[in-house]
Design a protein around this ligand. Structure first.
Ligand SMILES: [Zn+2]
Length: 264
């Protein structure tokens, strides 16, 4: 009985069989891509650069698998393969990574430095079957701050700060920059945050706003609150998880910023 139970605790999802040359969902975004290329808004060199990330992906996957198994009792084994390029990244220039809904292919579009571990954890959460953005944000965060690897903890905390500042800045890039520059972060961490909201020309800005609206709509159609799930939803979830007296789990200490309410 025990052996059978242990065997049931392992689930392997093979991504190799579906590791297509082109991600299926890429087909759906080809039209916006052509528009961006015609407008000269795609610096191809920047998007095609290759960053060694194999080891980091293995560490992140291990932390995520272990964290999920700690709650569900199931070790969901998935590929740690990551590609550098996906057309989705050109169509949605604000995205730094993506996981293809049909194949589970994960792509990371640009070097986000210290944030990369969280980007990987987010995309691997999708790959393990958690498709909603809020779920991927939270699972990525909690798994990394539960890890013993300080570099993973730091990445998760930096993402949380990034999202907190985004909430405070709203749609105003200048406010975001001011908040980042006035933070007590080390210069290299500050630099990472500043690259996440690059300046853009008038037409680029209009295009980005339109694409963000489209993406927001896509999220709404799949039962999510919308694009705010990445920052406001994420911030609110962690605050509630840490402070509520009724949560069934204790928030991982390394990633806990708020004191839990006392149970009466
Ligand atoms: Zn996602």
């Amino acid at each position: 009985m025990r052996d059978a139970g242990q065997r049931r605790n392992e689930i392997t999802i093979s991504n190799r069989a579906t590791y297509w040359t082109v991600a299926p969902l890429d087909m759906l975004v080809a039209a916006p891509l052509v528009g961006r290329l015609l407008l000269g808004a795609t610096p191809l060199g920047r998007l095609l650069q290759r960053i060694p990330r194999r080891e980091l992906a293995v560490e992140v996957d291990w932390a995520l698998t272990r964290y999920i198994a700690g709650i569900t009792g199931q070790h969901v084994r998935t590929s740690t393969a990551v590609r550098d390029f996906s057309l989705v990244g050109l169509a949605f220039p604000f995205a730094v990574g993506a996981c293809d809904l049909l194949s589970g292919n994960v792509a990371i579009f640009r070097d986000t430095g210290m944030l990369e571990a969280h980007v990987l954890a987010h995309e691997f959460s999708h790959r393990k079957g958690y498709w909603k953005e809020l779920h991927a944000q939270v699972l990525g965060y909690l798994s990394l701050v539960s890890s013993d690897e300080l570099v993973l903890q730091q990445s998760a905390l930096l993402e949380r700060l990034h999202r907190n500042l985004r909430v405070l800045a709203g749609d105003d890039r200048a406010t975001f920059e001011r908040l980042v520059r006035s933070s007590a972060l080390r210069p290299e961490l500050r630099a990472v945050l500043l690259t996440l909201w690059p300046s853009s020309t008038g037409i680029e800005r209009q295009l980005h706003t339109g694409l963000r609206r489209l993406y927001h709509l896509r999220m709404r159609l799949t039962g999510q609150a919308g694009i705010s799930d990445y920052d406001l939803g994420f911030t609110n979830f962690l605050y509630t998880f840490e402070t509520t007296a009724s949560a069934r789990q204790i928030a991982p200490p390394a990633g806990t910023l708020h004191r839990r309410s006392r149970r009466d």
